[in-house]
Design a protein around this ligand. Structure first.
Ligand SMILES: [Zn+2]
Length: 349
């Protein structure tokens, strides 16, 4: 695969193409905040040595390192070469620089794997002796120093140099757990956003909403569609196909979901295999903030046990709005839409 040969800047460009629109309103400080958040996500999996989760979050750290490099216009290959090859760390000035030929078979690391091998060689002893928690602390320290330098509006060169440290420690952590960074990053971001599978990512947009409904919530669907029309939002609804148990509807629904930016789910008392399938697809496709679930407030005995169980599961990860009547539903949906649109407006202003 091509990505195996990608330079650091090629990875940076891939993330730029996926997330440039989304990151456009972010200042460098805000991008760094996201990097801090993602690094914090590594704490638990590293403490519990959960390799799968370490891989999952390391890919995000790489994504936000690249986003920062894009925002701050950093040539990743160049800054890494300058720090780790030109002036080999730990060696007094004047001493022969490290022979990269001996380690990776060429004079200059060309891809992520080369960098991993080279840094593994350079820091073999430290990496063997350092516990991974200490490496994570060093990574956080470099992010903290970068943050301070950014706040103090220091020379951009200083900030570029610090980013090298961040990338260096990220690679060190990957080496510690023998995780091939290019593989795990590609597994999560194969030239598209892992969540919406879009390039560019459309997780942050809200122009078209998919409305998932069943036969008993068809009237509520119509009401909400009128509200969306008034808010200049587009609704994607599979009204023509009805809510019957048709195989076609599932295929059509998945297409409609992939063309939408978010979803409104209307649940009543009855269970429907279609709505269930749609709900799973909706959770897969959209950012949590772009999905709103509304369920009719009824007593437990009135609701189909299968739907009751489903709601219980969903409640673990998502807020469900229970509505007693249509009037209340309208009010909650309107409030949610207004909040969401305001939030997006803030983000893109
Ligand atoms: Zn996305």
């Amino acid at each position: 695969m091509d990505y195996e040969k990608w330079s650091l800047n090629a990875w940076k460009n891939m993330f730029k193409e996926i997330y440039e629109d989304r990151n456009l309103p972010f200042t460098p400080d805000q991008v760094l905040h996201r990097l801090i958040e993602e690094t914090a996500e590594l704490v638990k999996p590293i403490l519990t040595v959960n390799i799968k989760d370490i891989q999952w979050h390391l890919a995000d750290v790489i994504a936000w390192v690249c986003a920062f490099a894009t925002k701050y216009d950093i040539d990743l290959d160049e800054v890494m070469f300058s720090k780790y090859v030109e002036k080999t760390p730990g060696k007094p000035p004047g001493q022969t620089p490290l022979s990269t030929f001996a380690v990776i078979g060429r004079g200059r690391p060309e891809n992520l794997e080369d960098w991993q091998s080279l840094l593994n060689h350079l820091y073999r002893e430290e990496n063997e002796n350092n516990p991974p928690t200490l490496m994570l602390l060093r990574l956080m320290q470099d992010i903290g120093i970068t943050s301070r330098k950014l706040r103090a509006r220091e020379n951009p060169k200083e900030i570029r140099n610090k980013l090298v440290g961040i990338l260096g420690w990220t690679i060190a952590i990957a080496n510690k757990f023998q995780i091939p960074l290019h593989e795990i990053t590609w597994n999560k971001y194969s030239n598209m956003c892992w969540r919406c599978q879009g390039k560019p990512c459309r997780c942050f947009k809200l122009a078209t909403l998919f409305i998932s409904y069943s036969e008993e919530t068809a009237e509520q669907m119509k009401m909400i569609r009128r509200m969306l029309d008034e808010s200049n939002l587009k609704a994607k609804i599979l009204e023509d196909l009805g809510s019957a148990f048709r195989r076609n509807r599932v295929v059509e629904a998945f297409n409609a979901i992939s063309e939408s930016d978010g979803a409104i789910v209307l649940l009543g008392k009855e269970w429907s295999a279609n709505v269930n399938a749609e709900l799973i697809e909706i959770f897969r496709a959209f950012d949590k903030g772009n999905v709103k679930i509304y369920a009719k407030a009824v007593s437990d005995s009135e609701r189909d046990p299968r739907l009751k169980d489903l709601l219980k599961d969903v409640e673990q990860l998502h807020e469900i709005y229970y509505y007693p009547d249509d009037e209340k539903l309208q009010e909650i949906v309107m409030n949610n839409l207004t909040d969401k649109l305001r939030e997006l407006h803030e983000l893109t202003k």
